[in-house]
Design a protein around this ligand. Structure first.
Ligand code: AHR
Length: 321
């Protein structure tokens, strides 16, 4: 048999059923360049594992770059993926804005871009194929709704809230604040005392909570943390201040990682709103589809639940991250 392009493509298509995913047009295994935010949280670690495992399973060659929470590192990684002529570029953007130029470069090089987890703020939506991930505004609403219901149990009592925001300028920090405010604003029982970033990390969450406690002490009734890691850091600060997390200060957070379930089982956290990091399989599917010329939905939303402390022990054995 001659090694014509047609034969190579036929061989690639035949092999597509095996564990290697091929870019049939180029007759070579599919290559994805992925730029990850960093390793700032338990959630992020689980997300990285999910993407690496799914790539392996799909026979995709994954070029993985850790941006260490810096946008400039992500821009560099994307440019390097363009230079390497990968089949698909995927990334979870550290922040929302500032992507137009580099995404236009990817488009000019005819490399499709898939967003995972976080959104970008670009006017030209054709600069990316799809966004796979959670609805962060809805997560904020869910956290707010839980608190509104909680407040109803003590009619007339005003609850002073402190908020630990995620990374400044990131989609989850912006959206979770928006959703929470949408539901709680105008409620006479809920009063926001202070809000500050804890950068999605345990260390910063603890540090900022210490400052909140120093300024407001026992006047704080509620902590709303944009992720579980900051809540876990804050729990330490609350205990060190001689208060009981989950009782003296009610804690509402987001992600649903195992650490949060453990805290709930100890009575130190009241509720976590799920945000699934298990995006690897959907990313591989979308990448394969886009390279094969199949239609891909512009938005792929992850299905999620709310877990109050009362269900933590029952749900814990089922948690995958
Ligand atoms: O973008 C998802 C958020 O980023 C998760 O809630 C948080 O834990 C992570 O760092």
């Amino acid at each position: 048999m001659h090694l014509t392009r047609r034969n190579l493509i036929a061989a690639a298509i035949a092999l597509a059923g095996t564990s290697v995913t091929f870019n049939a047009l180029a007759a070579k295994p599919l290559v994805i360049g992925f730029s990850q935010v960093g390793a700032e949280s338990e959630w992020r670690t689980a997300n990285t594992v999910s993407i690496k495992d799914a790539a392996k399973k799909a026979g995709v060659t994954l070029k993985f770059a850790d941006a260490q929470q810096r946008q400039e590192n992500q821009v560099k990684a994307i440019r390097s993926f363009i230079a390497q002529k990968v089949d698909v570029i995927a990334f979870s953007p550290v922040v929302e804005s500032g992507w137009d130029t580099v995404l236009r470069e990817a488009k000019a090089a005819k490399i499709p871009v898939i967003l995972t987890d976080r959104d970008v703020n670009v006017t030209d939506k054709s600069l990316y194929v799809t966004l796979i991930g959670s609805d962060f505004v809805e997560e904020g609403r869910r956290a707010g709704r839980w608190l509104v219901d909680y407040a109803k149990k003590t009619p007339g009592k005003v609850l002073n809230i402190v908020e630990l925001q995620g990374t400044v300028g990131s989609a989850p920090a912006i959206d979770r604040k928006t959703g929470f405010e949408e539901v709680t604003k105008g409620n006479a029982q809920l009063k926001l005392l202070r809000t500050q970033t804890g950068e999605f990390t345990r260390a910063k969450g603890k540090e900022v909570m210490e400052a909140f406690l120093k300024a407001h002490g026992k006047n704080i009734n509620v902590l709303y943390a944009h992720n579980d890691d900051m809540a876990i850091g804050a729990i330490q600060a609350i205990e060190e201040a001689g208060l009981k997390p989950g009782k003296d200060i009610v804690i509402v957070s987001i992600d649903g990682v195992k650490g949060a379930f453990e805290a709930m089982m100890l009575g130190k956290l009241n509720v976590t709103v799920e945000c699934s990091p298990l995006l690897g399989p959907q990313l591989m599917q979308a990448a394969q589809d886009v390279v094969a010329g199949k239609p891909v939905a512009k938005r792929i939303v992850t299905e999620e639940r709310v877990f109050p402390a009362e269900v933590a022990a029952k749900e814990f054995p089922n948690r995958k991250y």
